[in-house]
Design a protein. Structure first.
Lengths: 191, 194
C-alpha cells in the first residue's frame, strides 16, 4: 500500500494506517527536531504537531511533489524556524546542558570520554547557524540525499552543498582538539 | 544514492573555502568528523510521545455529535474583524447606557397657552362733547388788517363782519374773474325755489 493510500485511510479514521505511517517516520523526525532545537520536550511537541497537522490538512501533502518523509521534515523544519522566530534565539543551549546524561562514575574511562565527546559535538552542532545546522543534521544524521535535502529546505542542490561544506569546516575548527584524540581512541580500540 | 559520496568528495561550490577537492587528508578528515558526529545520540524512548500522538489522533478522528461540534468548533478571524466585533457592541452599549443616565438636554420648555375668558364689568363713562364758542376779543384795526387780509380786500372783509365780531375768513388772493360771461334770463321763478 502506498503512502498516499495509507494517508487517505488514516484521515478517514483508520488508526492502523495512521500508526503505520507514524512509526515509519516519527523517530527520524523527532531526532531531527531534537538536534535542531536541543530540547527533547520541544522536539516531542513539534513531532506531535507535525503528524496531527498532516491528519488535519492532508491536502497539503502532494505525493507528486515530494515523498511523505520529505514533507514531514519540511513541516518540522518550518515549525522549528517558527519557534526560533518566536523565542528570538536559535537553540536551547541551556537545556542542552541540562539534558546531559548523568555520568556514572563507576563506568570505565572509555564511557566518560565518549560522554564528553558527545557533549562537545552537541555544543558544536548547536552553535552552527540554523541553515547550516539543518543541512548537516539532515545529511549526516538522517541520511537524506542532496536532492531530498534541497527539497526539504526549499533551495537548490548547490546551495545545500555550500551549506554542508561550511558546516563541516566550522565543525572541524570547533572540534579540532577532539579529532586527533578521537582518532587515537579509535585506534586504541582497534588494536 | 550517488550523492552520498559528497561527504567524502566535498568541494566548495562558491569557491570561498580553499579546501582541496580529492585529497586523502580531506577524506580522512571527513571520515574522522563523521565518526565524531556519530557520538551524539538522541534519547530513544518515545513512549510518551507515542501515547500522546495516539490520543490526539483518536480525539481528532472520532466523530462527535453535531451539538458538540457546534459548541467546540472554532473559527479563525482576522484581528481587525475580531476587534470590530468586540468594540462595536461595546461602544453601542456604552452609548445606550450613557444616553439613559444623562439628563435630558436643555430643550425649550413647551408652554401651553390657555386662554381664559374673564368677564369684567366695565363701566363705560358717557362722553359728552359740547361745543363752546368763545367770544373773540376785539383786536386793533391796524394789527387785524395787516394780519388777516391784504389792503385791497379790507372792504370786502369788513362788510362780511357781523355784529358779533365774527367774520368769514375769505381770501381772494390770486382770484381772477372769467373773461367771458354768459347771462341766462329766467322768466318765472319756481314757487318751490327758495
Amino acid at each position: 500500500m502506498t503512502e498516499d493510500q495509507l494517508l487517505k485511510k488514516a484521515c478517514r479514521g483508520d488508526e492502523t494506517a495512521f500508526l503505520l505511517l507514524y512509526e515509519r517516520y516519527r523517530a527520524g523526525l523527532y531526532r531531527f527536531l531534537y538536534r535542531m532545537l536541543g530540547s527533547a520536550e520541544l522536539a516531542e511537541d513539534l513531532t506531535h504537531d507535525c503528524f496531527l497537522s498532516l491528519m488535519r490538512q492532508p491536502e497539503r501533502f502532494d505525493p507528486k511533489r515530494a515523498s511523505l518523509r520529505t514533507y514531514l521534515y519540511a513541516a518540522g523544519r518550518n515549525l522549528a524556524f517558527k519557534h526560533f522566530r518566536q523565542t528570538g534565539h536559535e537553540t536551547v543551549l541551556d537545556e542542552l546542558e541540562e539534558e546531559l546524561p548523568m555520568i556514572d562514575r563507576r563506568e570505565p574511562l572509555q564511557q566518560l570520554l565518549e560522554e564528553e565527546l558527545a557533549s562537545k559535538v552537541r555544543q558544536a552542532v548547536a552553535q552552527l547557524p540554523p541553515l547550516q545546522r539543518e543541512a548537516l543534521i539532515l545529511f549526516e544524521y538522517e541520511g537524506l540525499s542532496l536532492a531530498e535535502l534541497a527539497a526539504v529546505v526549499e533551495t537548490d542542490v548547490g546551495t545545500v552543498k555550500a551549506r554542508l561544506h561550511r558546516a563541516r569546516a566550522r565543525l572541524r575548527r570547533s572540534l579540532a582538539p577532539y579529532l586527533k584524540s578521537h582518532l587515537l581512541l579509535t585506534s586504541v580500540e582497534v588494536y | 544514492m550517488e550523492d552520498r559520496n559528497y561527504k567524502i568528495n566535498s568541494a566548495p561550490v562558491d569557491g570561498r573555502d580553499d579546501e582541496p577537492r580529492f585529497d586523502l587528508e580531506g577524506l580522512d578528515a571527513d571520515r574522522e568528523l563523521q565518526s565524531l558526529l556519530s557520538k551524539w545520540q538522541t534519547p530513544v524512548s518515545l513512549r510518551a510521545l507515542d501515547q500522546r500522538v495516539r490520543l490526539s489522533y483518536r480525539a481528532q478522528t472520532t466523530p462527535h455529535p453535531w451539538w458538540r461540534r457546534i459548541l467546540t468548533s472554532t473559527i479563525s478571524l482576522p484581528v481587525p474583524v475580531a476587534a470590530a466585533l468586540v468594540l462595536v457592541p461595546a461602544l453601542a452599549a456604552a452609548a445606550l447606557l450613557g444616553r439613559r443616565q444623562l439628563p435630558a438636554p436643555n430643550a425649550p420648555p413647551i408652554i401651553v397657552e390657555r386662554i381664559k375668558a374673564v368677564e369684567v364689568p366695565v363701566v363705560r363713562e358717557r362722553v359728552v362733547s359740547r361745543i363752546v364758542y368763545r367770544e373773540k376779543k376785539p383786536a386793533t384795526a391796524s394789527s387785524s388788517k395787516s394780519k388777516s387780509a391784504p389792503e385791497s380786500m379790507s372792504l370786502a372783509l369788513a362788510s362780511g363782519e357781523n355784529s358779533q365780531g365774527y367774520f368769514t375768513d375769505t381770501n381772494l388772493a390770486g382770484f381772477q374773474p372769467n373773461a367771458e360771461m354768459n347771462f341766462k334770463v329766467i322768466k318765472k321763478a319756481d314757487k318751490n325755489e327758495k
